[in-house]
Design a protein around this ligand. Structure first.
Ligand code: NDP
Length: 398
């Protein structure tokens, strides 16, 4: 089958490698991005295998351009691995061409930092009428974390009450400050105020206000900070009877000190300013001087550990359950030339697309990961490089 991958950055590079490894399903990939040279280089690297890769150029914010490209190649599915600013135009183009759609992150608009699924969920009826499927948030977090929750619900709980999603990166790239995925998207996310969900509503918290420490398997003790994260929205929509859902991410002291300093001097602002006669956005300028996340691959050592601690009841008894994946930066680099943050985010889109193309996960409309049987996805994680571990007596987060 033919997939069109849009974007050719850290995450897309991993997904294309994984589709290439799975040539039984993905016989052809059209790889289209803003900078065509990157697509040409990746296609060249993977030349000679069973999967044919065709590089293309596209501005994914230009709907007619996208429609023309989709009509030219007629892919069975479009994998949006560009930036969250492009979700809506790509969904529009899929609608116009009646093509299945998949993404890994919630839609964003450049001018405002605001996270909610309403805009993308608003496409449900139109996708349904067109008889096509959109799968939202099919990366690791969001993505696998939601599948972990539905797997726990299916196999171990009558009622889940508390969920803590923990995302820890124990990797060291040797730079005083760098982001592991797109710097602009990453800094917008981590410098925003946070929130968690409790008893039916979101509780707002200041940025980095809630800090805990947790002793992670393989990577050890880390400081973790409460943040808003989009899977909270879909989890509370589809898993009923919950009392609380929180998301924590690990940050080292050097990262936080640099981020605070950059914030204090205005470098993380998304408001345009005049500089030497032209308008610039400070955060985008900052992105241009920070290391390209793709360049971190060969330098990063250590592991990531991402998973969900879930508590609740089964047959009237209290149950504690922790399911997580540990991923090695160095092994990821050896396999596909990218570090583990891109790897953990880049394998799930291939799995999601495979399940859609095989009709294992199917439907017409806009869907989140929680709406499907988790078992085939969990099996595929073990097979395609993201094996998971279970702990039935984990340390809980206070
Ligand atoms: P990168 O910045 O490495 O790559 C983004 C790619 O999109 C680049 O190739 C870029 O082109 C391309 N692009 C940007 N604008 C356009 C445009 N207008 N038209 C066409 N192509 C465009 O980002 P990442 O790979 O790190 O992240 C990709 C996505 O994955 C993001 O949405 C991110 O939020 C998401 N993500 C999800 C995770 C998860 O677990 N769910 C984890 C990490 C990331 P160019 O090369 O010209 O810049």
């Amino acid at each position: 089958m033919k997939a069109m991958v849009i974007g050719c950055g850290g995450v897309a590079t991993v997904t294309v490698h994984k589709c290439f490894q799975n040539s039984e399903v993905f016989s052809e990939i059209v790889l289209a991005s803003r900078t065509k040279e990157k697509c040409v280089a990746l296609a060249k690297k993977l030349e000679g295998g069973k999967t044919k890769i065709t590089p293309e150029k596209v501005d994914a914010e230009n709907i007619p351009e996208l429609v023309a490209l989709i009509n030219k190649h007629k892919p069975d599915i479009v994998l949006n691995l560009a930036l969250p600013y492009q979700n809506i135009p790509i969904m529009e183009a899929c609608l116009q061409t009646k093509t299945h759609y998949l993404d890994t992150a919630l839609s964003e608009h450049r001018e405002i930092v605001k996270y909610d699924y309403e805009e993308q969920w608003g496409y449900h009826e139109r996708f349904k009428e067109a008889g096509i499927m959109a799968l939202l948030g099919c990366g690791f977090d969001p993505g696998v974390t939601s599948v972990f929750v539905t797997y726990a619900q299916k196999h171990y709980f009558d009622q889940i009450e508390y969920i803590d999603i923990l995302d820890a990166n124990g990797g060291d790239h040797g730079y005083p400050f760098a982001t592991n995925f797109n710097p602009e998207i990453n800094i917008r996310e981590v410098s925003a105020d946070g929130s968690y969900w409790e008893n039916g509503k979101f509780v707002p918290v200041k940025c980095m206000e809630i800090k805990r420490t947790y002793n992670f398997d393989t990577i050890g003790q880390r400081d973790i900070y409460l943040m808003y994260h989009e899977e909270i929205d879909s989890i509370v929509k589809y898993v009923k009877g919950l009392k609380r859902v929180r998301f924590f991410m690990s940050f080292g002291q050097s990262y936080i000190t640099h981020l605070k300093c950059l914030e204090n001097v205005g470098m993380t602002s998304i408001k345009p300013i005049m500089f030497e006669g032209r308008e610039i956005v400070p955060l985008r300028f900052l992105r241009a001087v920070l290391p390209d996340p793709a360049s971190l691959g060969p330098r990063t050592k250590g592991y990531t550990n991402i998973g969900c601690i879930i508590t609740g009841k089964k047959n009237g008894k209290e149950v504690k359950y922790y399911v997580y994946n540990i991923c090695s930066h160095e092994e990821s680099y050896k396999e596909v030339g990218s570090q583990a943050v891109s790897y953990t985010a880049g394998v799930p889109p291939m799995i999601g697309a495979m399940l859609m193309l095989k009709g294992v996960w199917s439907g017409a409309g806009v869907f989140n990961m929680e709406q499907f049987d988790p078992d085939p996805f969990m099996e595929a994680l073990n097979r395609w490089g993201l094996p998971w571990k279970e702990d039935f007596d984990p340390e809980l987060v206070e």
